[in-house]
Design a protein. Structure first.
Length: 271
């Protein structure tokens, strides 16, 4: 696992430097520094009123969603990420925005020890769990970070969509529905996903597909009650070349394409 972890960390350090210095609708830095939010309507509707809540954002990357949660009324917002470059950028953006937020550098599996606190909500969104080999361990971490009655909110790419790869410009089923923890899917990417033409120094990454059943059962086994499981036909990333943008940073399949779930969201409460 160390080999996979190190490769992903190096790649995400590269991406953090690019994302924090680039101009992309994926990361509206100026908007958040000005006191705004980069959360989509879907997230804000599903998490509901967060005023007065203490929230931890796991795998926060450069911290824009974390700061957005604070701007939307959270009493406190804490971000955790394994990339030192991402945490450095997040702290810089918080200072630029004049927003009080805590950012901690640690792998997600070490979050309980690194954070040393409990929260009203664990927030996880968009492209987080594909980097984790053990979804059941992730669920135990999320549960341990919650106070009784606290909630997990997870919004991510649908595992069915993640089974497809782009081959000759078309989406083709290419990967098994569940990835072996010790045999991840490997990719070499020369550039990051935002459209930034600057090259990545570290191109190799490793990913895992987790079926919905494992995600749901992981949360249940960790002592959480499932409040909702929703599937959506939108995604916050142009996953396939022919997708069309229907809102800022929100994409759907083109008309006439066979429909499929592109993302999913889960709400769960600690018993």
């Amino acid at each position: 696992m160390d080999e996979f972890f190190r490769a992903n960390l190096l790649s995400w350090d590269d991406r953090a430097e690019l994302h924090s210095t680039g101009v992309s609708s994926d990361y509206p830095i100026a908007k958040v520094i000005a006191g705004g939010s980069c959360l989509h309507e879907l997230e804000t509707q599903e998490i509901g009123d967060i005023r007065g809540k203490d929230i931890v954002h796991l795998q926060c990357h450069i911290g824009l969603d974390t700061l957005s949660l604070k701007h939307l009324g959270a009493r406190s917002a804490t971000g955790l990420d394994f990339s030192p470059k991402a945490i450095e950028a997040a702290r810089r953006f918080a200072a630029d925005a004049g927003t009080e937020a805590r950012f901690v550098e640690a792998p997600v599996y070490d979050a309980v020890e690194a954070l040393g606190d409990t929260y009203d909500m664990v927030f996880v969104s968009w492209g987080a769990i594909i980097w984790l080999h053990d979804i059941f361990r992730w669920a135990r971490v999320a549960s341990a970070l919650l106070r009784p009655g606290g909630k997990v909110y997870l919004l991510d790419f649908h595992p069915q969509m993640r089974q497809y790869a782009v081959v000759d410009g078309k989406a083709v089923p290419s990967f098994q529905w569940r990835t072996n923890a010790f045999v991840p899917i490997s990719f070499d990417e020369d550039v990051t996903y935002t459209g930034d033409a600057r090259p990545l120094t570290h191109t190799r990454i490793y990913e895992w597909i987790h079926p919905l059943s494992d995600i749901v059962n992981g949360l249940i086994r960790a002592g959480l009650r499932i409040d909702f499981l929703n599937e959506h036909d939108i995604v916050a990333w142009k996953a396939f070349p022919d997708m069309r943008e229907v809102d800022e940073g929100v994409y759907v399949l083109p008309e006439g394409h066979v429909s499929m779930p592109l993302s999913f969201s889960i709400g769960a409460t600690k018993r």
